[in-house]
Design a protein around this ligand. Structure first.
Ligand SMILES: *[C@@H]1O[C@H](CO)[C@@H](O)[C@H](O)[C@H]1NC(C)=O
Ligand SMILES: *[C@@H]1O[C@H](CO)[C@@H](O)[C@H](O)[C@H]1NC(C)=O
Ligand SMILES: *[C@@H]1O[C@H](CO)[C@@H](O)[C@H](O)[C@H]1NC(C)=O
Length: 600
């Protein structure tokens, strides 16, 4: 071909390309683009996905509508301290993820099918939310109605943003960002705002979506919610309120801290506030939460179970030591979860952030000694379960009752094992995660109940294996028959037999997969996914079920926002490429929102 003609063709191609990109509206060409790029999006690592999702030609211009009240303008009667300053970025972290090699072709094909199946289930829920409950807090998955229970700021939408991004659902993501831009955090459907839920779902969701996409609207809205929560620290001692009196907080006169709260509530702000300070460069959020966590740090060894904090604490008295009930489950869970994770985010080089490492190691040792037990089961699986401890005048007593909410602890111990270079933590984490997987498998639906009891292995070390004793089991089970019959051997109750779409078990399985690289975790994940997808499926989405001990259980017309934010995200990540949301680049908050680890 002569040279001239080649050049003409090249010029023509340029013009056509120019016309193609610039003339049509954004929607018109996005489909062609998606078709070309879907491979990259579906298979991509975080970096490839970021390029695809943020391709300049296809990010619609979106600008935030400011909320009707500027939470940054509140004049505090009790201004919180502005130090300590945010520590310098961490320069070196221990490697967390296993060094993965690419899957063999056959295995890759199977994982690919599984990944697409999880995505299909997500898209069904998302599509129904969009058509039936758009901008509402939650879709009711059976009736197709909706409910606002978290102040009416579109909880499910904000909670799902990063999952949309991770699954490569570009058009859906930017459509959702457009909606986020208009959320009014100056108005609430309720007179009080729940600090904990607002922090983990809204603030956490916005920060993660910003960390992934870099879209400024998400940062602007994160600051609005952050400043709203910061107004909850306008109290005599700088401790946060559990519920923010919405109109009262605007006046700035100061709020009154509740007498008693569950310990997870003040204990679950560290990650969001620290990351918000990192993103904005404004130290005030970090400083506020650092003072709060100092109270926990100084009290840690003075409780009746030194190393752990009681389930209820008093922030008005700054008393985190009085009380005799200890658990890693509901009411306390994410207080513990945020210690190793705050350490991941902040490092230990700074005097103000060193406490997270100290508190992590100390609670992990106490929990191992006192809360974890090997239940008596018919097989010889090497599992651990996390129980509850009541401290009596004669010492601590371990109650072999557990619940789905404790299931995050296996993954957390595995993470701690890597962070603190401690193989015992990692091994304990694997045994705990296997305990939850065992409980899933044991029930006829393939799903574990919300709350249950097992039999403690006797002897001074409850973590040691013991032989199955039918008589002991029968006696213990008979003493508790008021709680459902129909129990698999080894379980003496299913005290609360529901499954409400919770993520904690798959969360630990995901983390164990990424840390150990042992393919058995993926198989476990797939079994769990099939069971969950099957038992909870409704016409529109997925619903909580009433009883995991019977196949075809009745369902409840309720789907928590964590179904799309957490449960399906963790399932998806089990089958996706392993550098998508690598644990060496991100740390996930308690609502599965990935925060980027800044590197110095
Ligand atoms: C705080 O004080 C400033 C200066 O007096 C005033 O302009 C502003 O409106 C006040 N903010 C609120 C929320 O009342
Ligand atoms: C609590 O005890 C642990 C272990 O004995 C220790 O490492 C830690 O420094 C103590 N914490 C405080 C605040 O003294
Ligand atoms: C649920 O399980 C049944 C029986 O194993 C199976 O036939 C069906 O296809 C499953 N349904 C879904 C939605 O996975």
């Amino acid at each position: 071909m002569p040279r001239m003609r080649t050049r003409h063709i090249a010029i023509c191609v340029c013009i056509v390309t120019w016309v193609y990109y610039f003339l049509p509206g954004e929607e018109a060409f996005s489909y062609a683009y998606v078709a070309r790029s879907s491979y990259a999006a579906d298979h991509g690592s975080t970096a490839v996905l970021a390029r695809y999702m943020n391709d300049l030609f296809h990010v619609p211009p979106i600008f935030a509508t400011p909320s009707s009240f500027d939470w940054g303008s509140v004049n505090f009667t009790y201004p919180p301290k502005l130090t300590p300053k945010l520590p310098a970025p961490v320069t070196k972290r221990p490697r967390i993820q296993h060094r993965f090699k690419p899957d063999a072709r056959g295995i890759a094909a199977i994982q690919e099918q599984r990944r697409l199946e999880v995505k299909r289930v997500f898209e069904k829920s998302w599509t129904s939310y969009r058509s039936k409950a758009w901008m509402k807090d939650a879709l009711k998955p059976i009736s197709g109605a909706y409910v606002d229970q978290f102040s009416g700021w579109a909880a499910t939408l904000v909670d799902s943003l990063d999952t949309l991004w991770i699954m490569g659902l570009r058009d859906e993501f930017y459509q959702a960002v457009k909606a986020v831009a208009k959320i009014d955090f100056g108005k609430s459907t309720t007179p009080t705002v729940n600090t904990f839920e607002t922090c983990i779902r809204y603030l956490g969701g916005l920060i993660a979506a910003y960390d992934l996409s870099g879209h400024e609207v998400l940062k602007t809205k994160a600051i609005e919610v952050g400043d709203l929560l910061y107004a909850g620290f306008n109290t005599k001692d700088g401790m946060p309120v559990d519920f923010i009196n919405f109109e009262g907080a605007k006046q700035g006169a100061g709020l009154v801290v509740e007498g008693q709260v569950v310990s997870a509530s003040p204990g679950t702000i560290t990650m969001e506030f620290s990351r918000l300070s990192q993103i904005t460069g404004d130290d005030k959020y970090y400083a506020a939460v650092s003072h709060l966590m100092d109270v926990f740090y100084h009290g840690q060894n003075d409780t009746t179970l030194p190393g752990m904090w009681p389930m209820h604490v008093s922030m008005s008295e700054m008393d985190v030591v009085s009380g005799n009930q200890f658990t890693i489950g509901g009411n306390a869970d994410s207080l513990y979860e945020y210690l190793p994770k705050a350490h991941t985010l902040l490092g230990s080089a700074d005097p103000s952030s060193m406490k997270y490492e100290t508190m992590s190691r100390t609670f992990m040792d106490t929990a191992t000694e006192n809360l974890f037990f090997r239940p008596m089961i018919p097989g010889d699986e090497d599992i651990l379960v996390s129980g509850n401890v009541d401290v009596w005048p004669d010492g601590p007593r371990l109650d072999p009752e557990s619940e789905h909410l404790t299931c995050f602890i296996g993954g957390l111990f595995a993470l701690g094992g890597r962070l603190f270079n401690n193989d015992e933590y990692l091994e304990t984490g694997a045994r705990l995660a296997r305990g939850c997987a065992y409980a899933y498998k044991a029930f006829p639906t393939g799903i574990m109940p919300e709350r249950y009891n097992m039999v403690l292995c006797p002897g001074p070390d409850h973590r040691k294996h013991c032989a199955w004793d039918e008589e002991v089991y029968a006696t213990e089970a008979a003493a508790r028959t008021q709680y459902t019959s129909n129990l698999p051997k080894g379980f003496t109750t299913a005290k609360d037999p529901r499954y409400i779409l919770r993520p904690e078990a798959i969360e630990s399985v995901f983390i164990l997969w990424r840390i150990t690289g042992d393919p058995v975790w993926r198989e476990t994940a797939w079994e769990m996914f099939q069971a969950v997808a099957n038992a909870t499926d409704t016409e529109f989405a997925n619903a909580a079920i009433v009883d995991v001990t019977v196949v075809d259980s009745k369902k409840e017309d309720y789907m928590e926002s964590f179904w799309m934010a957490e449960t399906l995200k963790y399932f998806y990540l089990c089958f996706a490429v392993t550098d998508l949301i690598s644990l060496d680049d991100f740390v996930l908050n308690t609502e599965a929102h990935p925060f980027r680890l800044s590197k110095g």
